[in-house]
Design a protein. Sequence first.
Length: 281
Amino acid sequence: MVEHGARGDDIIVSDLSVYYPSRGGSATHQAIEGVNFTVAGGAVCGVLGESGSGKSTLIQFLAARGNEMTQRGIQPIVNGGEATVLGVNLTKLSKRKRNQLTAHIGYLGQSDGSTLMQDRTIADSILEPIAERSKDFDRQAVGLIIAELMDQLALPLTMLHSYPSELSKGQRQRIVLVRALVTQPKILVADEPTLGVDLANRPKIADVLERQKRERGMTMLLVSHDISVLERLVEDLVILQNGSMVGHGPINEVFSATKHSYVQRLAEALRETAYDELALD
């Protein structure tokens, strides 16, 4: 693991277990079980695993969006261990504390681009994380941040007056990345940030994230099967299978030295698919 020294923006996960209780015809589902890892402040950690491995549940919880997580309308419950982000124990969050914490944690969900409000302009959607906390903010300063991010992601400023239906899937994905970064958070948690983005523009997303790390020392937790993102940004990997951690460590060591058959298959799939979203049987 890459050591950056203890900082208040570490992510510390200690024997964390999360489950979805039974409801109606659905059975109890243990989404995360006994997961342990630390992301040092300023480091970038990748989270990998096939569909249903618990990736999204884990990172939503670590982004302090645990109250937003549902599986078929069921609220998840922590039934073991704990997690600390920015020095705050996520298993003991009041609504007030959660709202304060999320101001410092940028979050990009895998399907966020498709959930933009259709009756709001792109500008309104980008400003949402700031406006919902304060109506009195420095619009000029925020405007400069937005303009810089839009330029870096090859998005014209005229797009701010558009509506989601007028944008492509890849453009919407880049817009929600701008929204996740507009508050200049200390931590970014992102689920497949390049998903749906065309090959020509995917490197621009990696460029922006790399700059955030280099210039602002941003801590990142990324779910991505985009090999270019992994190679450029990620130092450590956490690999999940059926909610359990089956691989953890420096990215090259995890893939080159593992004896776990699932991790070996995962590494082979990444090499074969490169930019494509991972699909394992």
